[in-house]
Design a protein around this ligand. Structure first.
Ligand code: FRU
Length: 302
């Protein structure tokens, strides 16, 4: 047997032992998954954790430890470091921002702890698997929707999600592609950092500056709702079409049914897929580097 073959055999044996080790550990005291959530102040994130919990509850061999970073990047980094020192079997992270959380994810990955990155990305490829919907595609669909529902020359407000997070960047890029050949003008844009209260404030400024606004594209439904409340407070809501992203059954879908939002694009949490993928990884099965979730539109009935 040549050197390469030997190395391969040793590698495979180690992998086999590791998988067997995991199976044995699972039988004895279960497997621990550390879930690092960037914040729980928004309904969509509460839903993501609930989806993870629900999916995990049917697998008694795994235990999920949830940590909430309360929208603080440094806290989230420290919490992932705690997972690494505790020696969890796998980490799921939905990072607040891409760049500052890249090193800690890479550190876990380098130590042999599999990492699933959920919804918002980190930079580079030092993680096991990314799961999320295609935000460029969703942004493009939102842009195209406005192109077909507005008259040429229409004036738009764009309320962006946190621009240091990848969904904010991608939802903007896709949107610009969607409206690029149309005669629509973005007259006001601001980073509302995913938060309804910020969106409301930004929209108050937009309304004060511009007598005519035809539509608001917000990168999430809380943002669209905040903008709607600002417009309603000055009696201008019926002149404006509000569209958002997330379409949670208890939030965006209800806004659409109530006629508050003209449309909302679904952004699945990926909680179930994260647990399914975690189980495969822990069993030693290979998983794709990227799992793309699908989206659909909810729109008001004509
Ligand atoms: C919640 C949220 C969602 C949005 C997602 C993007 O924190 O703002 O509303 O779709 O994050 O990562």
């Amino acid at each position: 047997m040549n050197h390469c073959m030997k190395t391969l055999m040793v590698g495979l044996t180690c992998m086999g032992l590791w998988v067997a080790g995991c199976a044995k550990k699972a039988e004895q005291d279960g497997l621990t998954i550390g879930m690092s959530q960037c914040n729980l102040g928004e309904p969509w994130r509460v839903q993501m954790n609930a989806d993870i919990q629900q999916a995990a509850s049917t697998h008694p061999e795994i235990k999920v430890i949830f940590k909430d970073a309360q929208n603080d990047t440094l806290k989230q980094r420290a919490q992932v470091e705690e997972f690494i020192s505790a020696g969890v079997d796998l980490i799921i992270i939905s990072p607040k921002e891409a760049a500052p959380l890249t090193p800690v994810v890479a550190q876990a990955y380098a130590k042999g702890i599999p990492v699933i990155v959920l919804d918002r990305r980190v930079l580079g490829d030092q993680y096991t698997c990314f799961i999320g919907a295609d935000n460029v595609k969703i942004g493009r669909a939102a842009g195209q929707w406005l192109v077909t529902h507005l008259d040429p020359g229409a004036k738009l407000v764009e309320l962006k999600g946190l621009m240091t997070s990848t969904p904010g960047q991608d939802r903007h890029t896709g949107f610009m592609e969607g409206i690029k050949d149309a005669n629509l003008n973005i007259i006001f844009e601001a980073d509302m950092k995913w938060l309804e209260a910020n969106a409301r404030k930004e929209m108050e400024s937009a309304l004060a500056r511009f007598d005519r606004i035809d539509a608001v594209y917000a990168h999430n439904d809380p943002g669209a709702h905040g903008a709607y409340l600002a417009a309603k407070a000055v009696g201008r809501e019926s002149a404006i079409k509000f569209i958002g992203i997330d379409a949670l059954p208890q939030e965006g879908q209800v806004y659409v049914e109530q006629g508050i939002l003209a449309a909302s694009f679904e952004y699945p949490t990926g909680g179930q897929e994260a647990i399914d993928t975690a189980l495969k990884i822990l069993k030693g099965e290979s998983v794709p580097k990227e799992i793309t979730l699908s989206s659909r539109i909810y729109e008001a009935k004509p």
